[in-house]
Design a protein around this ligand. Structure first.
Ligand SMILES: Nc1ncnc2c1ncn2[C@@H]1O[C@H](COP(=O)(O)OP(=O)(O)OP(=O)(O)O)[C@@H](O)[C@H]1O
Length: 566
């Protein structure tokens, strides 16, 4: 036994890029990507990705160079997930909703050599490049045109001779290219910036091995069958669409691209294409569930549509409403640093299935257990580093270990050391409890906990009660300074369009609703109505913006309740 181990045949570097080569063999004539009337098969997608990879090499891109993309969910974005790393480069997806200043900071930080840019984002990228320091070599810009989009179609065409994406593939691409395989499973493959919810975005690097593991793990955990029809509602720029660009090649899916996500388009596409699977942050579920009846067509849904939600805590009321609209919802938890969902509320069936719908939603709002591919998950006490009791009450920091964890933050050793510690855990910065049945429940981000009179108040718990109010569309709770208690909860809410209860709702009523359902000290002392809550580009509520607003309102005086409209 002692002499056996790794050998030349069993230790070739793990990479998800091989999924595409296999898909071209198994599913060669089946649809791979569809966007309006553009339809590709798996053998075409494979050849287009090889063309992209070889064209990048011909432009001077080398192993470990960073190649960025600033694209919505169009076919070129899907192809970049294979084509860019098949050239040996590291794929860096930039969020299309960023402003020029942030995009410029990311381009500078990543040292990006080339960027594929959607026509609609060309003005933004031009501004971003102008903000780069004069001694910084700017990335080469390759425009990606979209003949199907009426907004970009009205933009002036690229000047003759411009090397656009399609011309690059056509003129410099070799469909028989021997793609650049990673030299090691640890070779970097993707660089993603965090959403910037709590601090400036950090550059998270993942290797081929991690992406290989999480892509397969996510398919297994979500029980994705062969040949699903997958609707791209989740932006691929958001943590690489939680690894599903690669996973969908492994199962030979039909990838239905969607440039913009609105409820009407999603419902219409589900019916037109026979969609079976889609992913979305809770904000997308809320949009689908709260869409007016005229938009929610056809009713009932034409077939089983499964949604995986992650990215922010889904309130039980939102899960309940989405399932009532006919979707089958799975709930997962992950971070940019874990490349995809690594914890899921694995559904036990049996007794759980027999519970009332609202109780099922409450159970499903828990984040759950580690996925099969994640080695370990725990909640530890910040002072002792020991696991907290599994009593559903003791709070601690959520820690994870496994092949999914990032190589680290690009050019930020201090942040890497703070997150990946000597004790072998990755510290998530999320606060949670472990229930007696071994299921994790996130209570907050450590920076979002409200501390009132020495008691920790979970903003997530309070939000879940607020979401249960029939007139509430969105809710977020933050700390407001208080002269007596230190901090008190301040709720920001937007109201549902057309809800009968909307006209009559008052802040007193919202406060009373909460006080009936939770300990009084946890109920908001202040309620602020807003037309819409401020969100990050990945759809998360920007609590730091709300915290600033709450601070600017000045301290409450302990017992006073102040309400306002914004
Ligand atoms: N199912 C979930 N339930 C609760 N929170 C979730 C869930 N999924 C993700 N999250 C939250 O999202 C975070 C990961 O988000 P992401 O990696 O996009 O960047 P960010 O943390 O929002 O940004 P930054 O690190 O720059 O502040 C997690 O740490 C957690 O707080």
């Amino acid at each position: 036994m002692d002499k056996l181990g790794a050998n030349a045949a069993n230790s070739c570097p793990l990479t998800p890029l091989g999924f595409l080569e296999r898909a071209a063999t198994v599913f060669g004539d089946c649809t791979s990507v569809v966007y309006h009337d553009t339809v590709f098969t798996w053998s075409q997608t494979f050849r287009r990705c090889l063309r992209l990879a070889s064209a990048l090499v011909s432009l001077g891109i080398k192993r470990r160079d960073v190649v960025s993309v600033l694209l919505p969910n169009v076919p070129a974005m899907y192809e970049a997930h294979f084509g860019v790393p098949m050239s040996g480069a590291v794929l860096n997806s930039i969020n299309t909703r960023l402003d020029a200043r942030t995009a410029s900071v990311l381009l500078r930080h990543s040292g990006s050599k080339l960027i594929l840019v959607d026509s609609a984002s060309l003005p933004l990228i031009r501004d971003a490049l102008q903000l780069l320091p004069p001694d910084h070599e700017p990335p080469r810009v390759i425009p990606v045109e979209d003949p199907h989009d009426h907004e970009t179609a009205t933009l002036p065409a690229a000047p003759a001779g411009t090397l656009t994406y399609e011309r690059l593939l056509e003129e410099a691409g070799d469909p028989g290219f021997a793609w650049v395989r990673p030299a090691s499973k640890w070779d970097p493959m993707v660089l993603n910036y965090t959403s910037g919810t709590t601090s400036a975005p950090k550059g998270v690097v993942h290797c081929h091995r991690a992406i290989f593991l999480v892509a397969l793990d996510s398919l297994v955990e979500w029980a994705v069958p062969p040949r699903p029809t997958y609707l791209w509602t989740l932006p691929m720029f958001h943590t690489n669409g939680w690894s599903f660009p690669w996973g969908m090649a492994a199962v030979g899916a039909t990838n239905v691209c969607l440039r913009r996500v609105d409820a009407g388009e999603v419902y219409a596409t589900i019916a037109r294409r026979g969609v079976t699977h889609l992913c979305g942050a809770p904000v997308v579920l809320n949009m689908l569930a709260n869409a007016p009846e005229g938009v929610r067509r056809p009713l009932p849904l034409p077939g089983k549509v499964r949604i995986l939600t992650a990215g922010a805590p889904p309130p039980a009321a939102v899960l309940h409403r989405t399932e009532a609209a006919g979707f089958e919802v799975s709930h997962g938890y992950g971070l940019t640093e874990t490349a995809a969902v690594v914890v899921t509320c694995a559904w036990k069936g049996g007794e759980w299935d027999r519970l009332p719908a609202s109780e099922r939603a409450r159970l499903k709002a828990r984040q759950g257990v580690r996925t099969p591919g994640t080695a370990e998950l725990d909640v530890v006490d910040g002072d002792t580093g020991r696991a907290v009791p599994r009593d559903g009450a003791a709070m601690g920091e959520v820690v994870i270990r496994g092949g999914c964890v990032t190589l680290g933050y690009l050019n930020d050793d201090e942040a890497t050391r703070a997150a990946i510690r000597g004790d072998g855990w990755f510290y998530t910065g999320d606060v949670g409890v472990m229930h007696p049945d071994g299921y994790l429940e996130i209570r907050d981000r450590s920076k979002d906990v409200i501390i009132s009179g020495g008691e920790n108040i979970s903003s997530v718990e309070l939000e879940s009660v607020l979401y249960g109010h029939p007139a509430v569309n969105e809710a977020a709770a933050v700390a407001r300074p208080d002269e007596f208690w230190g901090e008190t909860p301040c709720a920001f809410v937007s109201l549902r369009e057309g809800a009968a209860e909307r006209a009559a709702v008052t802040s007193e009523e919202i406060i009373a609703w909460c006080r009936e359902r939770m300990p009084h000290y946890m109920a908001p002392k202040t309620v602020v109505f807003m037309a819409e809550l401020p969100k990050t580009s990945t759809g998360k509520v920007q609590k730091y913006v709300l915290r600033d607003l709450a601070k600017k309102m000045g301290p409450t005086t302990g017992r006073g309740r102040i309400t306002s409209k914004m």
